[in-house]
Write a protein that binds this ligand. Structure first.
Ligand code: GLC
Length: 489
């Protein structure tokens, strides 16, 4: 079968049967994203305004601080992402800098719902999942309006009588109204930043830099209904997706505070699984600059089997590898600018093994890799389709800027000749997988436990935005899988 055929055959069955999935719980981070389209001219203006010397800027980029204390740190992160074409999120550590940025950056071209939980909840609502229980710590008026209007999206709460009720976010009253914007600066492939006669950077890939000041999400205060009644939610659902640990304010919470937040979450997972042993629990990683967070998350997670599944990109994988004491491998991947797929696969297998995962979805640019345990219940032929479905949703979002409306998948497939224009990443991965298959045990890969699947993705030229695509891809593939689970068992 050609890839075009698999793509054509990938979506109708899933869309038709998605309602068979009973429900999904998504937590914890929901926020508002302010999307700024940054072009080189505006970046240059900002550099001048902030008054940073280009050479200093360059040395700052090399240091890659990973957090924002001043406007100079912001411009460093922005220019670093521009130069390398890489995505990154840095937390803003001073309210004064956050206010400065709000006042001095170009106006946003769009305001939309953000955070892994918010993005996935809206996607599932539009796809028609029967019930989505979404978590949020704040709910200002603006955020309420950014939630999908679809009725299937609900926040579990208690009414005045203390009964558990499920309200559409737009109908919720008396909630924390604090309003913070995550500043998303989108940069564009091919744009050139000329800083001096010999100093200029050409942006290699459409990407974004996220600057975040969000005290409520940094506390990860879990909603009462998620704490007290997680069993009720789990019984109504087939899927639990969690994310948001990257937002934790380590300085404020301290090591012990961080430990407590993680332990509390893992306890919730245990209770949810006890109430519904078939619940699939997925962790969506997000760019996490603070090593302690991943370190602790891994440490406590490896004490039992909490996560069935994990989703990440190559950069997040490297961050996780550092936390699971695979620093050498992480450095090797970093040194090769993320193109050494052999090492990336090796790293992903290490993570699968250490966290005892059943599945890991690695979303790379041009290729999705899915690692599933040998006894995974879904046939490979269907898994390929779920990945193609995810690629179509991501393409729709990249083209339209939204994961809603009429999904014109057929048109998307017909505009490209996927088999004739296979992405470079996919070709490399595919060759490697063929070698691995031939030798069964290739180099030091242990493939006794896992099967690896790779799918070429649809690459959209000039995407409207890139933020949130990773979450969308992971969530789409997952819901597609769950749909098949309902059809098969
Ligand atoms: C992170 C950011 C959030 C963004 C999301 C997209 O969670 O904090 O602003 O919407 O990533 O993946």
């Amino acid at each position: 079968m050609s890839w075009a055929e698999i793509y054509h055959d990938s979506f109708s069955n899933i869309l038709k049967n998605i309602k068979k999935v009973r429900g999904a719980i998504v937590g914890f981070n929901t926020n508002i994203d302010a999307i700024i389209d940054f072009h080189s001219e505006q970046i240059l203006n900002l550099i001048k305004k902030i008054g940073v010397d280009p050479v200093r800027l360059y040395t700052n980029i090399l240091k890659w601080k990973g957090k924002i204390h001043s406007p100079v740190d912001f411009i460093t992160g922005l220019c670093g992402c521009f130069e390398k074409g890489k995505a990154s999120e840095w937390l803003i550590e001073s309210e004064e800098t956050y206010q400065y940025l709000l006042q001095n950056l170009p106006p946003p071209k769009k305001i939309q719902l953000g955070g892994q939980a918010g993005i996935i909840a809206n996607l599932y609502a539009e796809l028609g999942v029967r019930q989505i229980f979404v978590h949020t710590t704040t709910l200002p008026k603006l955020m309420r309006e950014l939630f999908s209007k679809k009725k299937n999206i609900q926040i579990p709460l208690y009414n005045k009588e203390g009964e558990l009720v499920f309200l559409h976010p737009r109908k919720v009253k008396d909630f924390d109204e604090s309003l913070y914007f995550h500043i998303i600066s989108e940069v564009h492939k091919g744009d050139t930043l000329k800083l001096g006669e010999k100093l200029y950077w050409k942006c290699p890939r459409d990407n974004r830099f996220i600057a975040t000041f969000d005290p409520p999400n940094a506390e990860l205060e879990i909603l009462e209904a998620f704490q007290r009644d997680i069993e009720v939610l789990a019984e109504k659902s087939d899927l639990l997706i969690l994310s948001g640990f990257h937002m934790l304010n380590v300085k404020k919470l301290g090591k012990e505070g961080v430990n407590q937040k993680i332990i509390k979450t893992l306890e919730l997972i245990t209770r949810a699984k006890k109430a519904n042993p078939n619940l699939l629990v997925h962790l969506e990683l997000a760019s996490t600059k603070n090593r302690l967070l991943l370190d602790r998350l891994y440490y406590y997670s490896s004490k039992d089997t909490y996560w069935n599944s994990l989703g990440c990109n190559e950069r997040e994988l490297v961050e996780l590898l550092e936390a699971i004491k695979q620093k050498r491998l992480a450095n090797e991947i970093k040194a090769d600018m993320f193109t050494n797929y052999e090492l990336i696969i090796k790293g992903a297998l290490k993570v699968c093994e250490k966290l005892k995962l059943e599945r890991l979805h690695l979303h790379l640019f041009g290729c999705y890799l899915l690692f599933v345990s040998k006894d995974y219940p879904i046939p490979e032929v269907l898994l390929f389709k779920t990945l193609c479905f995810a690629s179509l949703i991501a393409a729709h979002k990249a083209i339209t800027g939204k994961a809603k409306g009429v999904f014109k998948f057929k048109e998307i497939i017909d505009t490209i000749d996927i088999d004739a224009t296979l992405p470079k990443a996919f070709k490399k991965v595919n060759n490697l997988l063929k070698k691995i298959e031939t030798y069964v045990s290739y180099k030091d890969f242990d493939l006794n436990e896992y099967t690896i699947l790779a799918v070429p993705t649809i690459i959209v030229q000039d995407p409207i935005q890139t933020v949130g695509l990773g979450d969308t891809i992971s969530a789409a593939a997952l819901i597609a899988e769950l749909t098949y689970r309902q059809l098969l068992f």
